[in-house]
Design a protein around this ligand. Structure first.
Ligand code: IPD
Length: 294
């Protein structure tokens, strides 16, 4: 059956505001670790995921649900069925430090493709939304009642300059939570190559490297043209599903973060995002891949 994507979007926005109120009201004292000491979860992550799952279950009982805090490695998969892909708090480390760059990330995948995305940063009351074939937007003062200073929804992608000279590019990279083995080596090598001056041999110097601590907000910043590129190896479908829809609707692209291949899937774990309005800039993406190397 056809899914009314706009209706899903509107439902996700109201759930995002409810999640935002929970996040702002929380005092993140109860912190547990998962894979290692930097892979953390708080009671708020779990409580927000329970609330989101319950709301979605009652609004869309036939849709599947994949959430960061209930995911089981090797068991949870994203099928072709409409599937909500949810990160209750993306940027948990920022959240526990009250560093105001964290969000709730609510995506819907249909046929394993991102179809709706809602990303809401309650600390800045900043909302991003996108609907496949319907465009994407950014809204400031988003949760304020209409007429009380709620900002307009600004369409993303229009009038944006496409990806240009990589030496001037502002690039986001993230260390993520996997800090050992080959995964760590790949990240360290990639960051080093992007930071180094070209004269020094390998790699190439981009304008600036940032690690802001939220995959979803990095994707939204690319969509809005505030960042030029974002590369990460190691994050998951729930980190990227919503932001991916917002980015593509802004004319940006999600491509494989592994040099040499364009295609990437929701659960491919290595992603590269290219700023909005840049769908024609393939040579520059190839040049970026060359900087990264194998
Ligand atoms: C993390 C953030 C971080 C990224 C990690 C993610 P979480 O999500 O998005 O920026 O580097 O890969 O796991 O754990 O805060 O939801």
């Amino acid at each position: 059956a056809d899914v009314d994507l706009q209706a899903v979007h509107d439902t996700l926005v109201s759930i995002a505001f409810e999640a935002g109120r929970m996040i702002l009201a929380a005092n993140p004292t109860s912190i547990s670790t998962k894979m290692n000491a930097v892979d953390i979860v708080t009671e708020t992550d779990q409580a927000v995921e329970r609330m989101v799952a319950a709301r979605l279950q009652s609004a869309y009982p036939s849709f599947a649900f994949v959430g960061e805090e209930t995911y089981q490695a090797g068991v949870t998969t994203i099928t072709a069925q409409p599937t909500f892909v949810v990160d209750p708090i993306d940027g948990t480390t920022n959240f526990v430090h009250a560093f105001p760059n964290a969000c709730v990330s609510l995506g819907l995948a249909v046929d394993r493709q991102p179809a709706v995305g809602v990303v809401y940063n309650p600390f800045q009351d900043l909302l991003f939304g996108g609907v496949r074939a319907g465009g994407s937007y950014m809204q400031r003062n988003a949760s304020l009642a209409a007429g009380q200073g709620q900002g307009p929804r600004v369409r993303l992608g229009q009038g944006l300059r496409p990806l240009g000279d990589l030496r001037a590019a502002l690039v986001a990279v993230e260390w993520g939570s996997q800090r050992d083995g080959e995964n760590f080596e790949v990240k360290a090598r990639t960051f080093r190559r992007l930071a180094a001056a070209r004269e020094n041999g390998d790699g190439g110097m981009v304008g600036g490297l940032r690690s802001l601590g939220s995959a979803a907000l990095n994707l939204c910043a690319c969509a809005a043209g505030q960042l030029d590129l974002y590369w990460e190896g190691g994050c998951y479908a729930w980190d990227v599903a919503a932001g991916w829809c917002i980015l593509s609707e802004a004319g940006g692209r999600m491509v494989s973060g592994n040099p040499g291949g364009w295609e990437t899937a929701l659960d491919s774990r290595v992603y590269m995002a290219v700023r909005g309005a840049s769908s024609g800039q393939e040579e520059l993406v190839e040049e970026f891949w060359k900087m990264i190397g194998d």
